[in-house]
Design a protein. Structure first.
Length: 665
């Protein structure tokens, strides 16, 4: 018996090995070995590899000695895994080894002795959670697909605070009780940590729960591998990585906050974990449950056109829906406002909360270059030397780039006209400045900040969340991080400082993601209280605000899908972004035109119905001294886009060329 393997270290050529010790175990050694992770001897060391083919005998003579590998060293993990990553690699135009390498760290690990044995099937005592009739109905429909495994894509549209988690918990318990593994995916690591704690506290203690993400310790990874290879029931929580694991006994995938664009990875290949999970659920014939208070346009389209089962939860578990008030930050009301960025409405509402000892969340999505420093004398703007973005001012006179981390101190004079720094003006607003403003307006209030700067320090973020939950803070100021899934019962006011900040981003889904974010943050208000308020401050009134009441969300879908259909955007048509990157702007510019030309020629020759748009210079076209140009393919069929791109000879290009199907950001 022989095997052909591909090394995970990036070595392209397949290697051939003879399998020893299989004579008396030949029955267990069939085609299912293909896709297995193995360690093979190479010179004087051992290297992890994946089996790509199996041969009973060699049909040809070889001129070299074929090394032997022992059957004992082969770890048969998941016989459907190979097919899954093969499909994924074709979809993303990426070498399949890329996916195997993401979890390479596991392959060489020895099993550990001191791990929990996990629950045996049938052992789990269900802690009784009483579901409402609506929750019960959804639970019953979904659990059927776990017991009688079938591809069952379902979308739960449950308003904020409607108790989707209660349904998830029951489904997870069912999956574990039947001896299977379940994936529970969330769009951010901080959320994964939060759900890990929540599920540990609320599910029976004999259920194994392991998180797998960038912050997972090596001990936890060992334990996870032990459970997977031993096919023990467990719940795996994470963001992107869990879906790439070989799990033979996978029985359920849950994707919470399914609308979140964070499911698409930031680095190339920009894998959309939700899409990958859907492919996997289909191949493995298992249920996949998507849940959100603001379902993605794509998933709602899936309900209409791809047979997803649709469930709704329209009632809040406790509390009522907040009142929404729009406050214009226009010039005419400038003089009457307590501060340029704080309207009278928001000010009084905050004061009321303080008087009644209730809590407030103040949301400001200051991503990118919304806060910059300019010289009044000569209009000079401080920009990053590595990126095409302006620098953001932080409290300590430090100007930093949010893309590459480059920072400098604010100089005493303007670098361009040499006038003193008293002429520098600060435009826009950031969360740090907002905290200062609020502290001046409300000197006695206890105010804390939660954004990227602080969430990078996970400990301090968790500490802040805890303090706020325990009622030790009056106001929490934050960016999109606070919109995601957190449950703060004491909050009766949400202030949105600058609602139309990101509305005009040049992406086809900009309105969708802006609205989802605003509804999610508004939904933090009134989880336990009947009367709560959301104050939405905006520079100009926008038609999108009529959908801010989450009960109107499906009306937004109707409007949005008509528009996407008319303009030919996903999910009505397929969209692919192709990015070229190079350190010389001339090269990337020239080659982007060349690529468009080449794609056109091939499309014409093979009569491929595709629209080729671009090349265009993105808003942020230079990051870390690398220049980018983007072009787009629009078509009815993704397979045609994939084939078209596949026929380009990428070796002819000096630029790196990246392919992203259905880009989200
Ligand atoms: Zn930079
Ligand atoms: Zn100047």
């Amino acid at each position: 018996m022989y095997i052909t393997v591909r090394l995970l270290n990036g070595f392209q050529k397949p290697l051939l090995y003879k399998l020893s010790g299989v004579d008396n175990r030949i029955n267990g050694c069939d085609q299912r070995l293909v896709g297995s992770m193995v360690t093979v001897p190479l010179q004087k060391r051992f290297e992890p590899a994946i089996v790509i083919a199996l041969h009973e005998r060699l049909g040809y003579a070889v001129s070299f000695t074929v090394k032997e590998v022992s059957f004992d060293e082969i770890k048969q993990i998941d016989d459907r895994y190979f097919r899954f990553i093969h499909v994924l690699s074709q979809y993303y135009h990426t070498d399949m080894i890329h996916f195997a390498r993401r979890i390479q760290q596991f392959v060489t690990q020895k099993p550990v002795n001191s791990v929990a044995t996990g629950v045996q099937p049938g052992n789990t005592k269900t802690k009784s959670t009483k579901l409402t009739p609506d929750q019960q109905r959804i639970y019953i429909a979904c659990t059927r697909a776990i017991t009688h495994p079938a591809f069952f894509p379902a979308l739960i549209h449950g308003v904020t605070g409607s108790g989707k988690t209660e349904i998830y918990k029951k489904l997870l318990i069912d999956c574990i009780t039947q001896g299977k593994a379940a994936l529970f995916l969330v769009p951010e690591v901080t959320l994964a940590l939060q759900f890990e704690r929540l599920l540990r506290a609320q599910l029976p203690s004999d259920i194994a729960i392991i998180s797998f993400h960038s912050a997972t310790s090596s001990q936890e990874k060992k334990q996870l591998w032990h459970f997977i290879t031993g096919r023990k029931p467990l719940i795996i929580i994470g963001v992107h990585l869990p879906v790439l694991l070989p799990i033979a006994h996978l029985g359920l995938i849950i994707i919470d906050e399914e609308h979140d664009t964070g499911y698409q990875e930031k680095k190339h290949p920009k894998i959309n974990t939700k899409e990958a999970a859907l492919m996997r659920a289909q191949q493995y014939g298992i249920p996949i449950i998507l849940g959100s208070a603001t379902p993605s346009v794509t998933s709602l389209y899936g309900v209409k056109h791809k047979g997803y089962t649709f469930f709704t939860l329209t009632q809040r578990f406790a509390g009522g829906f907040p009142t929404i008030r729009i406050a214009l930050l226009g010039d005419e009301s400038k003089k009457k406002r307590p501060h340029f960025w704080i309207s009278q409405e928001l000010y009084s509402a905050l004061q009321d909360r303080l008087d009644n000892k209730e809590q407030s969340i103040i949301f400001l999505n200051r991503r990118g270059h919304s806060f910059f420093v300019q010289c009044k004398k000569c209009a000079f703007i401080f920009e990053c030397k590595n990126c095409s973005v302006s620098l953001t001012l932080h409290n300590d006179d430090k100007l930093s780039c949010h893309y590459c981390g480059h920072s400098r101190t604010e100089p005493p004079v303007c670098p361009a006209c040499k006038e003193p720094k008293k002429y520098f003006i600060k435009k826009g607003i950031g969360t740090q400045q907002l905290v200062n403003i609020l502290q001046k307006l409300f000197p006695d209030a206890r105010i804390a900040r939660a954004d990227m700067d602080t969430t990078l320090k996970k400990k301090s973020w968790q500490e802040t969340v805890k303090q706020f939950s325990d009622g030790e803070l009056d106001m929490l100021v934050g960016t999109q991080t606070i919109t995601k899934g957190y449950h703060f019962p004491g909050v009766t006011l949400v202030g949105i400082v600058w609602a139309d900040l990101n509305m005009h981003m040049p992406m086809y889904n900009a309105q969708e993601s802006t609205l989802q974010q605003l509804i999610q943050v508004a939904g933090r208000a009134g989880r336990q209280s009947a009367s709560s308020l959301v104050v939405v401050q905006t520079m100009s009134k926008h038609s999108l605000f009529q959908y801010l009441d989450e009960c109107n969300y499906l009306q937004f879908y109707a409007k949005e899908i008509a528009q996407r259909n008319a303009l030919g955007y996903p999910p009505c048509k397929r969209l692919v972004s192709i990015e070229l990157k190079h350190t010389y702007e001339n090269t990337v510019e020239r080659e982007s035109y060349l690529l468009v030309q080449q794609l056109r020629t091939i499309a014409n020759r093979h009569s491929i119905q595709v629209q080729i748009l671009g090349p265009a210079k993105p808003v942020v076209h230079k990051v870390k001294n690398t220049y980018t140009r983007t072009l787009y393919l629009k078509s009815k069929r993704m397979d045609e886009c994939i084939a078209l791109f596949g026929s380009i000879n990428k070796k002819k290009y000096h630029s790196s060329v990246f392919f992203t199907p259905n880009p989200l950001n």
